[in-house]
Design a protein around this ligand. Structure first.
Ligand code: GDP
Length: 315
């Protein structure tokens, strides 16, 4: 599939405490946008996720891309565990906004605080999604108060404090910006997608400029070898393109053999990808986190990225 240049790309990260419903929500969004219709599809996706887990690849386990009314929305999973080699920061750095998903009974948990803090420091303006409003003892107003307190404690700006709120039951598959309408007038998850499209800035970048992609994470595939995952900040990257990659380890020449994107949760091969998008690339075996990829002889390096420890443990 070739991504049309007219398609607006939006990159969001999901921040959630374990069990607050991230998997169910991503699943629901895929269904609502028509990316998954069949239960069998879902089972197949889960199978491939399990496979990836077995092989130790969890980086992209819950990543997905959905297509909705001329928009491509890249949903980026953030590691919930403590920061390892700056991974949380790097993953958040690919997004322009985050969904803060909070259970309507439990409220915000200490473990989400760490990731939210980093997101706020990056200048993201989060969207608050109160999930599980169908549960007994759901107390959305109390939870919202707690989230306000948390934002305040973390030093959020007035713009960040002015977050949109979406009331949601990922399990029942509905969302609304008004509690009274949720599950009644608003009976699907599309109001949440509308809020995302309205609130998350279009990933900017000149698709016709000189290529500039920065590698934010590494993955490894038995068949494809090293996969560099990153965001294209400028230009267009094409399959078979001769590129140069520059980083702290010097400059290396190579050829892009594959460009990997998502359709729903399925990994797909793209012929090209444009500025704003997040893709995986293969062909550059010596690629390192933080490297900038550009056209041969024309790499404008981006600022290096902090990596404390190796993040790829499967070698
Ligand atoms: P994750 O750990 O954040 O990915 O959470 P999951 O999506 O796996 O959900 C954890 C549990 O909460 C599962 O048993 C879900 O069925 C349940 N759950 C998720 N969303 C909702 C919801 O909106 N309402 C209710 N009642 N349960 C939900």
């Amino acid at each position: 599939m070739t991504l049309k240049k007219s398609m607006d790309i939006r990159n969001i990260a999901i921040i959630a405490h374990v069990d607050h419903g991230k998997t169910t929500l991503v699943d629901g969004i895929l269904k609502a946008t028509g990316q998954i219709n069949q239960k069998e599809d879902r089972e197949r996706v889960m199978d491939s996720m399990d496979l990836e887990r077995e092989r130790g690849i969890t980086i992209r386990a819950k990543n997905a891309s959905v297509f909705y009314q001329g928009n491509k929305i890249n949903i980026i999973d953030t590691p919930g565990h403590a920061d390892f080699g700056g991974e949380v920061e790097r993953v958040l750095g690919m997004a322009d906004c985050c969904l803060l998903l909070v259970d309507a009974v439990e409220g915000p948990m200490p473990q989400t605080r760490f990731v939210l803090d980093k997101s706020l420091r990056m200048g993201h303006r989060p969207i608050l999604v109160i999930n599980k409003i169908d549960r007994d003892f759901a107390a959305p107003d109390k939870v919202i108060d707690k989230v306000f307190d948390l934002f305040d404690e973390l030093g959020a700006t007035p713009e960040q404090m002015d977050f949109p709120i979406v009331y949601c039951s990922a399990k029942s598959g509905f969302a609304s910006t008004e509690l009274a309408r949720a599950g009644k007038e608003d009976k699907d998850l599309l109001p949440l997608i509308d809020v995302i499209v309205k609130h998350v800035p279009v990933a900017s970048g000149n698709a016709d400029g000189a290529l500039q992609m920065q590698v934010m994470n590494l993955d490894y595939d038995d068949y494809m070898g090293r996969v560099g995952i990153g965001r294209i900040f400028r230009g267009t990257i094409r399959k078979n393109q001769a590129v140069e990659c520059a980083g702290e380890g010097g400059t290396k020449k190579g050829k892009i053999t594959k460009i990997l994107g998502f359709e729903g949760m399925d990994r797909i091969e793209l012929q090209e990808a444009v500025a704003g998008d997040i893709v995986g690339i293969t062909g550059l075996e010596e690629l390192a986190i933080g490297d900038t990829i550009g056209a041969e002889g024309n790499v404008e390096m981006r600022a290096p990225i902090r990596v404390d420890e190796p993040t790829v443990s499967m070698f």
